[in-house]
Ligand binder design. Structure first.
Ligand SMILES: NC(=O)c1ccc[n+]([C@@H]2O[C@H](COP(=O)([O-])OP(=O)(O)OC[C@H]3O[C@@H](n4cnc5c(N)ncnc54)[C@H](OP(=O)(O)O)[C@@H]3O)[C@@H](O)[C@H]2O)c1
Length: 367
């Protein structure tokens, strides 16, 4: 039975450890991906250090994967061995991978589709080919941030976890440019999620697109679609005043990609009655501000889970084109050294705070 190396969390809050694990065979509709680049996210640090989100241990985590197709399962038509692909990984059991033909393996872990390992299972319909203009490392910056943004903005509402802004996706008929002339605010534009959100809102036609960031990131954020970049260090009152100098029009769609109490409260104050604010973190808006006419919600940025699956399939069917035409650009990326063993140190960097940067590792560097 072939094996590969994987980075486990053996039990809640235990240190990461590299172990060998049986390499699964892809079942019907599945692909086995040789992971060339795996993205690191703030949640990966929190999962290990705090013990959030994990259904059962031991577990392999890691949500962003880019690599080559090693093997395709029965009935797979869109991919062949050697294709360069990108996909998002779920935390823990992905229900769409549970009928893998590898189920005969001792089920000592529930993470056959996770990213921090050398081979990862994927579903055909939520995987996309990487076009030639995008490297593996660039591709690995995209899946989690894209899901977090797209689920919140474009879920059709049917079974949506938390909520949705309910917009028509720009990759579907009638969606591109549909919201022309409507102003929007993205708090935390330099985060990975913020960068993807700015780009999607641009595709949707929104404008002006006002974002907050450290001003060293202003030119870059303008290059991907922000029309105005305001200093994230301004006081809430000063920020509000600056936003109102840009437009007096109502904001009905606001995205908080930073997730702090401060950014949520700034966003809520700017939101018009009848409007919706998505936030990457649980609700931290001051209770005394709350009015029924303003909706806020927290999304679960996973395209694989049943409530988000329809959106995910639609998105991944168009992702290659979006990347190829440059409508969606990856996040600036740096490769952290050390393969799987380098992940704990790299996650410390993520936790301390990156600026306009995504870290990735190369799991194949692990011997
Ligand atoms: N709900 C979900 O499913 C989900 C999924 C993914 C991520 N998240 C959460 O979303 C957040 C962003 O994740 P990420 O991976 O995109 O993080 P990231 O790229 O590591 O975010 C770092 C960036 O955040 C910006 N930032 C931090 N605090 C800010 C503030 N108060 N105002 C404006 N900008 C601020 C910084 O901007 P400057 O460099 O310009 O200062 C920095 O560039 C995290 O809290 C993460 O846990 C949630």
């Amino acid at each position: 039975m072939p094996e590969h190396k994987a980075l486990f969390i053996p039990e809640k809050q235990a240190p990461f450890v590299v172990r060998s694990v049986p390499t699964p065979k892809p079942g019907p509709g599945q692909l086995l991906i040789k992971v060339e680049s795996a993205g690191l996210a703030p949640a990966d640090w929190a999962i290990q250090a705090i013990g959030i989100l994990v259904p059962k241990y031991p577990i392999i985590i890691g949500m962003d994967v880019a690599g080559t197709v090693e093997e395709v399962g029965e009935s797979v038509t869109k991919f062949k061995k050697g294709d360069r692909v990108v996909k998002e990984c779920s935390i823990g059991d992905d229900p769409f991978l549970s009928d893998s033909s590898s189920s005969a393996l001792p089920n000592d872990h529930n993470s056959r589709g996770a990213g921090f390992q050398q081979y990862s299972l994927a579903s055909e319909d939520t995987t996309a080919k990487i076009p030639d203009n995008i490297t593996f490392d660039q591709a690995a910056t995209i899946p989690l941030a894209l899901a977090t943004s797209a689920v919140a903005l474009y879920h059709d509402g049917n079974g949506a976890l938390g909520g949705t802004c309910g917009l028509t996706p720009p990759w579907e008929a009638g969606g591109r440019g549909k919201y022309k002339g409507q102003p929007t605010v993205v708090l935390g534009g330099a985060s990975s999620v913020g960068q993807i959100t700015i780009q999607l809102l641009k595709l949707s036609g929104f404008g002006p697109i006002i974002t907050t960031a450290s001003l060293r990131n202003a030119e870059f954020l303008k290059s991907i679609g922000a029309t105005h970049v305001l200093d994230r260090n301004l006081s809430p009152d000063a920020l509000h005043a600056e936003v109102r100098k840009i437009t007096a029009d109502p904001f009905t769609t606001i995205y908080d990609a930073a997730g702090s109490s401060e950014t949520q409260n700034i966003g809520y104050d700017l939101l018009a009655p009848g409007g919706t604010m998505a936030s990457v973190q649980d609700d931290l808006v001051a209770p005394e501000k709350k009015v029924p006419e303003k909706k806020t919600f927290f999304m679960y940025g996973d395209v694989n889970i049943p409530p988000n699956r329809k959106l995910g399939v639609s998105l991944y069917s168009k992702l290659t084109e979006l990347l190829e035409e440059g409508a969606l650009k990856p996040v600036p990326v740096e490769v952290a050294p050390g393969g799987l063993e380098g992940i704990p140190l790299a996650l410390e960097r993520v936790h301390k705070g990156l600026s306009c940067l995504k870290l990735v590792v190369h799991p194949q560097e692990t011997a």
